[in-house]
Design a protein around this ligand. Structure first.
Ligand code: BGC
Length: 752
């Protein structure tokens, strides 16, 4: 083989073929990227530079045809590669070769608490993007789950900045190994869908730096993300796609981001600010992101003709233009003109296996009394499955993350596959969402129903009586006001009368198993009446099989909740309309939303105020049991610049192999912990905060030591006045636990 390559090279050289002399620097892959960027820039006219900065179609922007610099093609993201769309439209183009592997939703990935899974996800989706010749993947999303009602929680990585930050880094790196840019979204403080394009988030610096920015910072500074997407909302009274503080001061200033800021689709709103405030590429203008599809108006974008006019009149300077063009060129050399990038792969068996593995690793066993799970169905036995989510295909719908997949195995099919000797019967129980299409992708299901709600319940009860096992599979779906882009949920409870169905079933079936499929927390007032509860997620192509892997015991559950399941919405930190969903004060143009809870989001709120919850952050059971030994510290005190370790042995004390997620929380001296009414106190601290975690796989009987490193950074709070992280002197408790509410070992360190 080598012989032929050498021969071909010699022939090519002799005929003046591919071996070229005097190639310009920008075309020479051997030259450093920065040299190529400068060379290309020096050859470009202002018109060519501007042409690169705005869309030319729904998902692409022009390159520089005269110089042979290719276009940039973007794709959603973040759970799979979106079907090809028509040039100016959201609707799919109807190709027959663009059905992708659908990976689980990011809330499921976060629930794996496993950096390896994040890396596998990133690599796999990156390969699919690359194969489909996409340069930018619009994802992942790392907005914090501030309220369980946020319609896009399913696309994000939970309520804790440390967890989201730890998971986003390997995802970004995995994607970018393929020469595809990850575009981390939606920057920033974009924590609801209600009036997402009209709401100004008013958040103090402490909460900004401690809660809302760290995952973005990790994606940029540790993950090396090449692109970031500005969000639709406003912060500090300025739209985030051209928000000076967020983009110029923090992202490009403090964090030294050298990549491209991309507007969300339709998020760019102002000619001047688009130029001056850090935006580099503009997409989707005049749409709200979900609807509206103006044809052929791309030259009227803020960063198109209006920008050129500003340049010509002297109202805009060339240095700023060059900075934007430089960033876009850098992106192109990292992606489309990166000759080292692999070719990628699409729909490979490996990708489906990865999707299944990640989805199964994210399933959370919330409750399991009397060993109801794993499922035992004798050969010839009968298993009754109730609930719409046992059959409803969930990959289509929910907004821009909707996909067209080669296949989607639902839980009912997977149960039939896993228990071929048993009779597996389905009853609907309730009617939820009967829609089956999004952007002209249709699942082909017929979900119409003629029976009344009462009839559905009585049919389900009749089927469930006296059988070997009954599983209720319900939850939310991707329709409006569920887990859905563009709308928030209307309440915490399960919709469509599901609590009544569960109540009726639990009367006749004491060993009822409830599976909740959702991307955000739901209320479970019925929890005490059922012995087993499983949190499933939107699991992608292999969702049914992954869920059944856990139900059947083929996979020992190891998922942990990435957000708290409160008992009731009112228990949470958002108490007023000012906080959520915002108010429109007289005379104001935009809705104002006050993040008055500060840093007290999720378990930081519940733990600090000792409010009981249904299931705590980090909670998740296994079919085995784990015991924690004594926590040992490498030193008893720490000072600035120092570091220490805390080590805890963990033993699998059950009969099955399994994985434990060992979580390290740090608690400040108790008199610093906020009491209600003192939230504004800059010194007040949450009862504890996650500062480390490790997922350890342990064979039955095996013990391993888990070690966490602690530096003053992990003890710090962000001091808004000093604009710096500050570690206060005192004795901190280092808590190793199985959830934020289940601390198993404890040590101390003094910071002096
Ligand atoms: C969403 C983004 C998405 C973009 C392109 C917007 O509506 O907010 O997350 O990437 O559309 O589809």
């Amino acid at each position: 083989m080598k012989k032929y390559i050498v021969l071909a090279a010699l022939l090519a050289a002799a005929c003046g073929g591919p071996v070229r002399k005097n190639v310009p620097a920008y075309l020479d892959p051997a030259k450093p990227v920065e040299e190529r960027v400068e060379d290309a820039l020096s050859r470009m006219s202002p018109e060519e530079k501007v042409a690169m900065l705005h869309a030319q179609s729904k998902f692409s922007s022009a390159g520089v045809p005269r110089l042979g610099i290719p276009e940039i093609w973007c794709t959603d993201g973040p759970h799979g590669i979106r079907p090809e769309v028509l040039w100016d439209e959201w609707d799919q183009a109807g190709w027959t070769n663009d059905s992708c592997t659908a990976f689980p939703a990011l809330s499921c990935l976060a629930a794996t608490w496993d950096r390896e899974m994040a890396s596998l996800f990133g690599r796999s989706i990156g390969e699919e993007a690359r194969y489909r010749e996409k340069d930018v993947l619009l994802g992942p999303g790392v907005n914090i789950c501030r309220t369980p009602l946020n319609g896009r929680n399913f696309e994000y990585m939970g309520e804790d900045p440390y967890l989201a930050g730890a998971m986003v880094v390997p995802y970004v790196q995995g994607v970018q190994e393929n020469g595809v840019a990850a575009c981390v979204k939606h920057f920033a403080v974009n924590n609801q869908e209600t009036r997402r394009t009209k709401t100004n988030s008013i958040v103090g610096d402490r909460a900004l730096y401690e809660i809302y920015l760290p995952a973005f910072k990790a994606a940029v500074c540790e993950g090396g993300a090449w692109a970031i997407m500005g969000s639709y909302n406003l912060y500090n009274g300025q739209f985030n796609c051209h928000n000076k503080r967020l983009l110029c001061d923090i992202l490009k200033g403090e964090w030294g981001f050298d990549g491209v800021v991309i507007s969300d689709w339709g998020g760019c709103r102002d000619d001047d600010e688009a130029v001056t405030n850090g935006l580099d590429m503009e997409y989707g203008t005049w749409t709200n992101g979900l609807t509206g599809a103006p044809s052929d108006k791309y030259n009227r974008y803020h960063l198109a003709d209006p920008y050129l006019q500003r340049l010509r009149s002297g109202a805009a300077d060339e240095a700023t233009l060059d900075d934007k063009a430089r960033r876009v060129l850098r992106l192109i050399f990292r992606t489309g003109m990166n000759q080292e990038r692999p070719f990628g792969s699409f729909n490979s068996p490996e990708h489906y296996a990865a999707a299944r593995q990640i989805a199964a690793a994210g399933v959370v066993l919330l409750k399991n009394e009397d060993g109801v799970l794993p499922l035992q169905v004798p050969a010839g036995g009968k298993l009754v499955v109730v609930g719409e989510n046992a059959v409803k295909k969930m990959i289509v719908g929910g907004g821009s993350s909707s996909l067209k997949t080669k296949y989607e195995i639902n839980p009912l099919e997977a149960l039939q596959e896993a228990f071929p000797e048993a009779e597996v019967v389905w009853e609907r129980g309730y009617v939820g969402d009967t829609s089956t299409s999004y952007n002209r992708v249709d699942t082909g299901q017929d979900l119409s129903e003629a029976r009344s709600p009462e009839q559905l319940v009585s049919d389900a009860v009749a089927a469930a009586e006296g059988v070997d096992a009954v599983i209720f599979i319900g939850g939310l779906n991707k329709s409006a006001h569920q887990d859905n882009e563009g709308t928030d949920r209307l309440g915490l409870g399960l919709p469509y009368g599901q609590p009544e169905v569960i109540a009726a079933l639990s009367e006749v079936c004491p060993r009822l198993i409830v599976v909740n499929i959702s991307g955000s927390p739901v209320a479970m007032p019925w929890a005490d009446s059922v012995p087993a509860i499983v949190q499933g997620w939107y699991g992608g192509s292999e969702s049914g099989r992954a869920l059944v892997d856990v139900l059947s015991g083929a996979v020992n559950p190891s998922g942990r909740l990435p957000f708290t399941f409160p008992l009731a919405l009112e228990d949470g930190p958002l108490k007023t309309e000012r906080q959520y969903p915002g108010i429109l004060p007289e005379g104001e143009k935009w809705w104002q939303e006050y993040y008055e809870e500060g840093i007290f989001v999720g378990y930081r709120w519940y733990d600090t105020h000792q409010i009981p919850v249904q299931f705590a952050f980090g909670h998740g059971l296994s079919y085995t049991t784990f015991e924690y030994g004594e926590a040992k510290v490498s030193r008893k005190s720490l000072s600035a610049g120092g570091s220490m370790t805390v080590t805890v042995p963990v033993t699998n004390t059950g009969a099955r192999d399994g994985a434990e997620v060992v979580q390290l929380y740090i608690a400040p001296p108790s008199d610093w912990v906020a009491i209600p009414g003192s939230l504004e106190d800059p010194l007040s601290r949450p009862a504890k905060e996650l500062k480390g975690f490790e997922k350890v796989y342990l064979k039955a009987g095996e013990t391993r030591e888990v070690t966490f490193t602690v530096t003053p950074q992990e003890l710090s709070r962000f001091d808004a006045d000093e604009h710096a992280w500050v570690a206060d002197k005192g004795v901190y408790r280092l808590l190793a636990g199985a959830s934020s509410a289940d601390i198993r070992a404890e040590a101390q360190v003094e910071f002096r």
